[in-house]
Design a protein around this ligand. Sequence first.
Ligand code: ATP
Ligand code: MG
Length: 509
Amino acid sequence: MWNRVEQTAREVFGTFGFGEIRPPIFEPTELFARAVGGETDIVSKEMYSFQDARGDLQEMREMIRNLVLPVVNETWTHASLDLLQKFQSRLGEAMRTGEVRQDEEDRRYYEYFSQGIAHYHLVLSGGIESNKLEIERTFRLLKLAAAGITLGPSVSLRPEATASVCRAYIENGMHAWPQPVKLYYMGPMFRRERPQKGRYRQFYQIGAEVLEMVPPNQDPAKNIGKDAAVDAEVIEMVMAFFGRLGLEGVKLEINSIGDRECRPKYVELLRAELMKVKDKLGPDSQRRIETNPLRVLDSKLESEQGIIAGLPRIADHLCGNCAGQYAEVKRQLGMRGVAYAENWRLVRGLDYYMRTTFEITARGLGSQNAVCGGGRYDGLVELLGGPPTKGIGFAIGEDRLILSLQEAGKGGVAQGRDVFVAWMGENAQATAIAAAQKLRAAGFRVELPPVEQKFRKALDQANRLGARYALILGDDEIATGQWTVKTLADGSQTKMSEAEFLEMLRKSL
Ligand code: ATP
Ligand code: MG
């Protein structure tokens, strides 16, 4: 199933001129914080991040951690003091040069550590024998302080891949390639969520992006038609992919969420209107009035639905360019025969989207029914340090896609076989092995039982595996060179030579 889905994606996306990119599984945390947005759920709550501590500083800290306290004597004290001071000066340097991330907490721990060393000197001057306890106490504090300091850059398991694709576009100078650059990817993503049906901590996405550098001095109003056609083609491609897979109950919803010019004004208007009804909203929405009013529109709370229905709609507040583009996207989708519904409440959980946004749902998934989300993100590449660039893309939740296909009976556990080789008798095994080798070399899917089976049992298994033909090899067949071939669909049976069998397979499969 996974193979079929991924292979179909490659085929369909290939016909639209997309090539595959394989971004890394983890990246600097900073990349996602900047691209996806620090205030989004994904970055603030769902990301798996860790410190990539390494090198001499990390080694020294390990050594400090491993120093055994009961061994307090002259040699031990001098060696450990030496180590502590080396760590301190090397760390001070690393913090000054920016090699180690310096936040307030780190600086505080560094302070503790420095004070600890000063105190250590003081204690030592009172004699080692008489101060064993105090030495140990000081040492414990030094260990704690050292452990608290961030020693390496923060890296994160990727929660999504658009940011990585944009980074790759910049780093590999793809703006110099023929534009637009059309890329797709597939692979695991990671988010800290409560696992349930259709929602996992490691899940798979298949996504695609179209990136196009904006030539200098281009009039943005001029290209609205072109952008809209690109948006529509990207959406058409996802729908073609779902169509090819036979996904059922597919619903496409679209919206425009404006751009830097009109969205802030709308958000302010929305915030003002929400303030008026604040008392009637739940705590989540109340909080979002401040942090992200658009997300209130996302609310599924029954009690809020009436209020939300009366809120101002962004479609009525789009600037000329955005309104023009939105109208053109709809016309373009119509020309391509792509059915859609408009949903003015469709806002997406990532900061980088603008103008066109869309979401696709499918049947059989309960409340986790979104199988694809996407939208336009002009400006993201620039935000990450690249040239002014337009972008549009989507991400499909592959796990959910497969769940929906299976729910509709399009899964099928058996992978199917072209030929099941039913062999009986010692003499037949060698012929069966040779036959399987030839058939596999010719590209057919062959099941060769490792041990001899009774005729009945062999046919049973062939049927269960969904084989098309059973090739029956017994003493008779070996002696005459005439193989018995059973067509499992209708139970008919004929004899033929090896060459004739191969010929027939080629024609029928
Ligand atoms: P949701 O609202 O369901 O959490 P999202 O807005 O967080 O989705 P996107 O970031 O747009 O999702 O990701 C695109 C697609 O990836 C989703 O439509 C969904 O099919 C899939 N997806 C997202 N998170 C998960 C997850 N934790 N497990 C499985 N699939 C997921
Ligand atoms: Mg989510």
